[in-house]
Ligand binder design. Structure first.
Ligand code: ZN
Length: 381
C-alpha cells in the first residue's frame, strides 16, 4: 500500500471508531441537555407572560423617570447658580447706586444752599430717584463731573431694575422645576413599588427570565455608556467623562447598593455653586443597605454638603466615597477594617440632597482624584 492509502485507511478506521464512541458520549449528556433545553423553553415561555412584560415596562419607565429627574436636577442647579451670580451683581449695583444717590443728594443740598428753589422743589416732588436724576432742573444745575455721576446713577438704577426683573423670572423657573421634579419623584416611588410587587409575585422561572433580561439590559447599558464616552472623548464637552476607573484600580469590585437601584451616567452634570458632578447617583428605596465594594478601612463622617458619608480606603490606594446616607450601621465603628459586602451605610438624602429622591452619591478615586464611576458600577450592579 502507498503511504496515502494507509492514511486514508487510518482516517476511515478513526471515523468508525468515533462513530462508535459518540452515541455513548451523547447519551451521557442527554439528560443535562434535555433539562437545560426544558428550562430554556420555560424561560422563553415566561418571557411571553404578562408579568414579564409588566416588569419590562416598569423598568423602562423607571429608567426614563430617573433620567428625567437627573436632567431636571441639573437644570435646577444651573439656574440656581445663575441666580447666585445675578444676586451678587444686584448687590454690587445697589451699593453703587447708594453711593451715587449720596452724590445726587449733595447736589440738591448745594442747590438749596445757593438758593436754587426750583431745583429743590423738583427734588421733593420727584417720585423716584430716576425722575430726580433726569429732571432738567438738576441737570441744568450740575457741573460736568456731577453730570457724569448722575448719568451713572441713571444707568446703574436701570440695570438694577432689569436684573431684578430677570431674577424674578429665574426664581419662577426654579419653582416650576421643583414642582416638575416633585412629580417625577412620586413617579419613581410608584414605579419602584410596582416593580417590587411584580418581583414579590414572581416564581422561580419568572425570576430567571427577569435575571436574564436585567443581564442583557446591563450589557446594553455598558455598551451604550462606552459609545457615549467615546463620543464625549471626541467632543470633550464633558470634562473627565472619558476616564472611567481602570480595572486594576478596582479589583473584585461589587455593587455598592444591596438592593434594586436605578442610575444613569451623570458625570459632569451641573451642581450647586457652579460645581460639576463627580460621581454617580444611585437611586434606591430609603434605608436600602449600601456595602463595602472591596475590602478596606472605613471612615464615617458628616458635613453640610454631603450629609452623612462613608469613605472606604482599599489597600491598593483607591478610595471609595458614599454620601447622602440615611444612617451608619451601629455594629461597626469608624476606622475599622471591613470585608467586601459589609454594610457601611443606608440610602437616604442627607446634606444638600435633602430635597432630592433618596440616593447614594458614589465616587471612585483611584489616585486621589475622582473618575467617572459609571462604567465600573454599571457592570457590577
Ligand atoms: Zn451625586
Amino acid at each position: 500500500m502507498s503511504r496515502s492509502r494507509v492514511q486514508r485507511w487510518a482516517i476511515l478506521l478513526l471515523t468508525v471508531g468515533l462513530l462508535a464512541v459518540v452515541p455513548i458520549a451523547a447519551s451521557a449528556q442527554t439528560q443535562a441537555d434535555v433539562d437545560r433545553a426544558e428550562r430554556n423553553r420555560e424561560i422563553a415561555e415566561a418571557r411571553k407572560s404578562e408579568a414579564y412584560r409588566d416588569y419590562q415596562r416598569v423598568t423602562a419607565q423607571l429608567d426614563e423617570a430617573v433620567e428625567k429627574y437627573m436632567q431636571l436636577w441639573a437644570e435646577r442647579e444651573e439656574i440656581t447658580y445663575r441666580i447666585q451670580l445675578m444676586e451678587q451683581a444686584a448687590a454690587r449695583y445697589q451699593e453703587e447706586a447708594a453711593e451715587l444717590n449720596e452724590r445726587a443728594r449733595s447736589i440738591v443740598i448745594d442747590a438749596y444752599i445757593s438758593g436754587q428753589r426750583n431745583l429743590v422743589g423738583s427734588a421733593f416732588t420727584a417720585s423716584s430717584i430716576q425722575e430726580l436724576v433726569t429732571s432738567q432742573a438738576l441737570i441744568g444745575r450740575a457741573t460736568e463731573r456731577e453730570l457724569e455721576s448722575l448719568d451713572n446713577l441713571d444707568a446703574v438704577s436701570r440695570q438694577a431694575e432689569r436684573s431684578s426683573a430677570e431674577l424674578a423670572v429665574r426664581r419662577a423657573d426654579v419653582a416650576a422645576n421643583q414642582e416638575a421634579a416633585a412629580v417625577v419623584v412620586d413617579e419613581i416611588e410608584e414605579l419602584r413599588q410596582e416593580q417590587g410587587a411584580i418581583l414579590a409575585k414572581a416564581d422561580d422561572i419568572l425570576h430567571a427570565a427577569i435575571d436574564r433580561y436585567n443581564k442583557e439590559l446591563n450589557e446594553k447599558r455598558v455598551e451604550d455608556a462606552r459609545i457615549r464616552r467615546q463620543q464625549a472623548e471626541k467632543s470633550a464637552s464633558r470634562p473627565g467623562a472619558a476616564g472611567g476607573a481602570p480595572p486594576e484600580a478596582t479589583p473584585g469590585f461589587m455593587c455598592p447598593v444591596h438592593g434594586r437601584t436605578s442610575f444613569i451616567d451623570s458625570w459632569g452634570f451641573a451642581r450647586s455653586g457652579g460645581r460639576r458632578h463627580k460621581g454617580v447617583d444611585m437611586f434606591a428605596a430609603r434605608n436600602t443597605p449600601i456595602v463595602a465594594v472591596v475590602d478596606g478601612r472605613i471612615k464615617f463622617s458628616s458635613n453640610s454638603l454631603g450629609g452623612l458619608s462613608t469613605h472606604l480606603y482599599a489597600d491598593n490606594g483607591t478610595v471609595y466615597y458614599y454620601t447622602h446616607l440615611e444612617g451608619h450601621p451601629t455594629d461597626i465603628t469608624s476606622g475599622q477594617t471591613v470585608t467586601k459586602g459589609t454594610i457601611v451605610g443606608y440610602v437616604g438624602n442627607s446634606g444638600n440632597a435633602r430635597y432630592t429622591s433618596p440616593h447614594v452619591h458614589f465616587e471612585i478615586r483611584p489616585n486621589g482624584k475622582a473618575v467617572n464611576p459609571y462604567p465600573t458600577v454599571r457592570s457590577a450592579c
